[in-house]
Design a protein around this ligand. Structure first.
Ligand SMILES: [Zn+2]
Length: 403
């Protein structure tokens, strides 16, 4: 077992236990043993038992250390791309128009169904690599482009397989209620009964699901239909999440909160009642500026109301081929600040501490504290605000996972 002692580093711990902004500790040291943070603090307070030969000392030369980044909402596994749709949107077609005319999600569904597991892995790896290059160590990946029992299971297996190809933790989310496939046009309830719910049950038996998500929107599933999905998830003992209030306010966030959801995501049209529901349930509000940017939306999520209510806010890429063809979590942080008025500290908390919470990983990850997993990002920057400040620049020095 390797025991490393990292010294001469500035630590943005994001820990509530450290009063300074970002939980900063200047002149810090971190002892990593057996994959966990064994000790963390100011180097002047380092106990004597960390100085012996057993500890391999590594001088980080004043660099900044943060928790490894976490992308808590992605659709990373899919076939094809939607550059043609991008062109059409620029000529004036709306997301809803493209969706109703059989483009949009349906073209990705066709491409995803065509590819086998290995081909989908090969397609996903460059996107995953782009994330890892920016200090990401945990990625959530949703199904939802298969929309048959076999293809939904295939997507979840592909997502899990990525862990064998790269040093990353994957959390899988079943999103069978993402879109209605053409073979079930105007028969959403039949689709749920015949495909979505049985697929969820089979995937759960195969232990392929960490959480269950649903897209609650006029172009997707109604509150009553999402209720059926969440009831099944609850029966199977799986936590829920929701895509809600992105294009209109149907009250999806409140519904998800009533199931104790891990998170409610998008939220541009969230109202005060929805904010209160998230506050009471302790669900994380996952903010996705990449989709807002790509779709050139104008309605901003109610950041100030969420902040005042103390709702934890996370930020994610929403990486998907249509509404957010983005793999950069650093750019997401910049957009969260520039487009939505998050502070750089909120942006960093949103890709570390609160992103961990959105995945139910808050006891293991997301902050630099004794006992947490040693998943760290070392940056060539002086202050953590620089991570949100720059556009299209990657200052990662090194990712550390476990040693
Ligand atoms: Zn999404």
């Amino acid at each position: 077992v390797t025991s490393n002692l990292y010294i001469n580093t500035r630590l943005a711990t994001l820990s509530d236990g450290v009063a300074a902004d970002y939980g900063m500790i200047e002149n810090g040291a971190i002892a990593v043993h057996d994959g966990h943070i064994d000790w963390i603090g100011e180097v002047s307070k380092l106990p004597a038992n960390y100085t012996g030969d057993r500890w391999n000392r590594i001088d980080l030369q004043g660099r900044l250390t943060t928790p490894a980044l976490i992308d808590c909402h992605t659709h990373l596994v899919f076939g094809g791309n939607r550059a043609r749709e991008f062109e059409l949107r620029l000529q004036g077609a709306s997301y809803e128009e493209i969706s109703r005319s059989g483009g949009g999600i349906m073209s990705t569904v066709r491409n995803t169904r065509e590819l086998d597991e290995n081909a989908l892995v090969e397609d996903a790896l460059p996107r995953l690599d782009a994330m890892l290059a920016e200090g990401v160590c945990t990625v959530e990946i949703k199904s939802g482009y298969g929309l048959t029992i076999a293809d939904e299971l295939k997507m979840l297996r592909v997502a899990r397989k990525l862990e064998k190809h790269r040093p990353v933790r994957i959390k899988t989310t079943f999103l069978g209620a993402h879109a209605l496939p053409p073979e079930y046009a105007d028969r959403a309830d039949d689709y749920l009964s015949e495909i979505c719910l049985p697929a969820m049950e089979l995937a759960a038996e195969e232990n392929l699901i960490d959480a269950v998500d649903a897209f609650c929107e006029g172009i997707a599933f109604s509150l009553a239909q999402v209720t059926r999905v969440f009831d099944k998830a609850t029966e199977l003992g799986l936590p829920v999440k929701i895509h809600a209030e992105q294009l209109s306010n149907l009250g999806g966030a409140s519904l998800a909160a009533s199931y104790g959801a891990l998170s409610a995501d998008h939220l541009e049209y969230l109202d005060d009642e929805g904010v209160l529901a998230l506050k009471n349930s302790g669900s994380v509000a996952v903010i996705l500026p990449g989709a807002f940017y790509t779709l050139k939306e104008s309605r901003q999520p109610p950041i100030d109301a969420l902040r005042k209510s103390g709702v934890a806010m996370a930020l994610a890429t929403d990486c998907n081929p249509g509404s957010s063809p983005m793999t950069s979590l650093l750019l997401t942080m910049n957009m969260g600040c520039t487009l939505f008025g998050l502070t750089p500290e909120e942006a960093l908390a949103g890709t570390t501490r609160n992103a961990a919470k959105a995945l139910g990983l808050q006891n293991e990850l997301g902050v630099l504290e004794m006992g947490k997993l040693a998943e760290l990002a070392i940056w060539d920057v002086e202050h953590p605000s620089e991570l949100s400040y720059r556009v299209g620049f990657n200052p990662l020095f090194k990712s550390i996972r476990g040693v």
